[in-house]
Ligand binder design. Structure first.
Ligand SMILES: Cc1ncc(COP(=O)(O)O)c(C=O)c1O
Length: 462
């Protein structure tokens, strides 16, 4: 028999071995990237907002799985739900799954308006694929309008409506008939809608990977009105903003907007199971897929499996019972106020924005600054492109706080902690950030310090 690695062996891999095996078998480039700022700790345990490394050191997770951990790491209610269904058939397509029926009904209850029929899949990008296909089938039209700077996923359909060339260009040509329009600009949108071929507009209520971009009040309502005026479907991507994150169950509720199709994923699986959902108005779903000959036009082997559905049922119930949306609204307001205060004090902060516990801190790139003049070459390039990453490195290596920069804008650090976070934990994060900024007034010293603590970490490990 071939020599295979057992689960027991894998569970005790140290950082060195994990790095080596990753370099050989998973993603060599990622190993180098993580090592740059000493990001790849060997984390061995996680609970709520806390994570522990193999040396027993405690960290606070302010990254929150990019919005997939609204209920914290290993939320007991979700773990319990998964235990509860042990022995139940997980995948049995020859029948209808009562757990899928129940989760779909609960989603119809908590989502706004008449959104009612759910298609279940396994990720955000799949939820977007489902929405795009449904829009084309429903309308008989092909064009999809998306926003510049958006992020909807990396499979071909969702990539085609993602407004970031860095991810798209290497794979071009992407889907035809997808047009980018400026975010938060109703006039630009209307110009594109005037053509007769538009099936749908897809929009994030707050652009997450784009750098936590909050549109002006009235924008989402305006998009809804324009879609109604031109008979075009509105797809709301709530994959990152949904499940209580921004202070409402779903961010479109801040403006009382009901989309025709909503995409969900991330925290719908309670941070335990990969679950995606595409929820549509009944009339939209029925026209697209309602008949027997069309009901299997779009499917997924694992979509709607029992474990995923049990995790979804537990997650939605946990959010509603504990009104985590309200908690996010209150604590988010508090954090934003303190951060805005810091912006006035520390010139390195360019902007602070967000809603609920979806917060972005944008840093000045350092271009034309001391950083540029003194270091000139590679160092200034790093600072220019990755100031957010440098601050994240400081927070991790000095204060044991996990954060990350946004994909489309590396100068923005995002704060998306689990919604179960305590006020004291938020204060610790804010105090640590303030200390980082006050002790590192110059961008250069911040970088030096960051690299230094990374090097110290490396020396200690040897
Ligand atoms: C708004 C939005 N849509 C879609 C996706 C893609 O989700 P997934 O990574 O589960 O495919 C993401 C992921 O970050 C997202 O933030």
């Amino acid at each position: 028999m071939e020599r295979l690695i057992s689960l027991e062996e894998a569970l005790v891999y140290d950082r060195k071995r994990t790095r080596e095996r990753y370099r050989e078998y998973v993603n060599p480039g990622l190993v180098s990237m993580m090592a740059l700022l000493d990001f790849d700790k060997r984390f061995t345990r996680a609970e709520g907002v806390k994570v522990w490394d193999s040396e027993g050191k405690e960290y606070l997770d302010f990254l929150g799985g990019y919005g997939a951990l609204n209920f914290g790491h290993n939320p007991p209610v979700v773990v319990e739900a998964l235990r509860r269904i042990e022995g139940v058939p997980n995948i049995l397509q020859a029948s209808l799954n009562p757990l899928a029926a129940a989760l779909a009904e609960n989603l119809a209850t908590v989502t706004p308006g008449d959104l009612s029929i759910s298609f279940f899949c396994n990720s955000g990008t799949e939820a977007v694929e489902a929405a795009l296909k449904m829009a084309r089938l429903y309308s008989g039209r092909s064009r999809i309008l998306f926003c510049r700077n958006s992020f909807h996923g990396k499979s071909f359909g969702s990539l085609s409506v993602t407004g970031r060339d860095k991810y798209k260009k290497p794979f071009s040509p992407t889907l035809p008939d997808c047009s980018g329009v400026e975010y938060d600009n109703l006039d630009a949108l209307e110009k594109h809608l005037a053509g007769e071929d538009v099936a749908a507009v897809i929009v994030e209520p707050i652009q997450g990977e784009g750098g936590i971009m909050v549109p002006r009040t009235g924008y989402l309502k305006g998009v809804r009105q324009l879609c109604d005026k031109y008979g075009v479907l509105l797809i709301m991507d709530e994959i990152q903003t949904g499940m209580g994150r921004t202070g409402e169950y779903f961010a479109c509720q801040h403006e009382g907007v009901v989309p025709d199709i909503m995409c969900l994923a991330k925290s719908l699986g309670g941070g335990m199971m990969p679950v995606g959902a595409c929820i549509a108005l009944s009339k939209v779903y029925k026209k697209a897929y309602g008949s027997m000959d069309k009901c299997l036009l779009h499917t997924s082997t694992f979509g709607g499996n029992s474990m995923a559905m049990a995790a979804g049922i537990a997650s939605v119930e946990y959010m509603v019972k504990n009104r985590l949306d309200k908690k996010a609204a209150q604590l988010g307001e508090y954090a934003l106020e303190r951060l805005r205060g810091m912006k006035g004090k520390y010139p390195l902060i360019k902007d602070v924005r967000g809603r609920g516990l979806m917060i972005g801190i944008e840093f000045h790139s350092g271009e034309g600054s001391l950083l540029d003049r003194v270091s000139g070459g590679a160092a200034s390039k790093l600072g220019r492109e990755y100031m957010g990453a440098l601050v994240a490195g400081e927070l991790l290596n000095r204060y044991r706080i996990i954060t990350a920069y946004t994909l489309n804008n590396p100068n923005v650090i995002r704060l998306e902690p689990p919604l179960v976070i305590e006020r004291e934990q938020m204060d610790y994060m804010l105090d640590s950030l303030e200390r980082t900024l006050s002790e590192n007034k110059g961008a250069l010293s911040m970088m030096v310090s960051s690299v230094k603590s990374s090097l110290v970490g490396k020396v200690k490990k040897k």
